[in-house]
Design a protein around this ligand. Structure first.
Ligand SMILES: [Zn+2]
Length: 269
């Protein structure tokens, strides 16, 4: 049986938890993998990134349970439904049903205007909405977030660099590969959304060979693959990760639903 002391330790350590690893529409709509996004705890700050379908349910069914009230902020990299579906309910959960005005929400402008994915009445519940833009720098709790580049993904999309006291994480979310992509995201830990096994010019997503090129160029302390499309799921992502580890000499892991990574060992040298 889990002791309260152990719960306390797990809730305060620096970690990255995957509440979903699905990418592309079939893996998401059939829920072959969960699609809840990521929860980052770093230096006492709790951030949720890309609350896709099931984010709230996965938080509450997580072991130990993740309490959205503990969040300091929610980041939306772009408006696509597999990233944004639960953003409104996660804001409501972060703010205790809207009764405690708190937290920051970061989102591209097109998630807020036109056909907004963040509802207007929900926006009043948070302390502040920050609009992401290219070369932006933002603060949340103890952390600094930067969005050096707009990615190539049809809708307005930003990759993230998140820096804490002892190191940094980068997230290259949905994008086509392009010159200069790797060098903008040089975090100690590099998370890559890799939807495809092989390149397809008609789909603006990274494939495994492109992810390998980026990892090889940046040589992070740890690379994490996630957001898998059907062909990647079928090809056993854990085997792909193992092969890349051997080939590139960099630890590469394939995220799994519910996986919690102790990130301290990669940040504190
Ligand atoms: Zn997308």
């Amino acid at each position: 049986m889990r002791t309260p002391a152990k719960d306390m330790k797990e809730s305060t350590m620096n970690r990255l938890k995957f509440l979903g690893t699905a990418g592309a529409r079939f893996v998401v709509t059939k829920q072959l993998r969960a699609s809840g996004g990521m929860w980052l705890t770093l230096d006492g700050t709790n951030l949720f990134i890309d609350p896709g379908p099931g984010a709230l349910v996965r938080c509450l069914s997580s072991k130990p349970k993740l309490n959205p009230m503990d969040l300091d902020g929610i980041i939306l990299t772009h408006r696509h439904i597999d990233h944004s579906n639960d953003i409104n309910i996660m804001i409501e959960a972060m703010t205790n049903g809207g009764f405690k005005k708190k937290g920051l929400v970061f989102a591209p402008r097109d998630a807020l205007e036109g056909d907004p994915v963040i509802l207007k009445y929900i926006r009043t519940q948070v302390e502040q909405i920050e609009i992401l833009h290219e070369k932006g720098t933002y603060r949340v709790g103890t952390l600094t977030i930067s969005t050096p580049l707009q990615l190539h993904h049809g809708v307005e999309t930003y990759g993230l660099n998140i820096s804490g006291k002892h190191g940094s994480l980068s997230l290259i979310t949905d994008t086509n590969y392009f010159e200069g992509l790797a060098s903008a995201f040089r975090g100690d830990i590099l998370i890559l959304n890799v939807v495809m096994l092989e390149d397809r010019s008609d789909i603006e997503h990274l494939c495994i060979p492109e992810a390998a090129m980026i990892i090889d160029e940046n040589k992070p302390k740890l690379a994490i693959l996630t957001h898998f499309g059907m062909n990647v799921v079928k090809a056993k992502p854990w085997e792909i990760a193992e092969n890349l580890t051997k080939k590139l000499g960099v630890p590469v892991i394939a995220a799994q639903d519910g996986m919690s990574i102790d990130i301290d060992r990669y940040l504190i040298s």
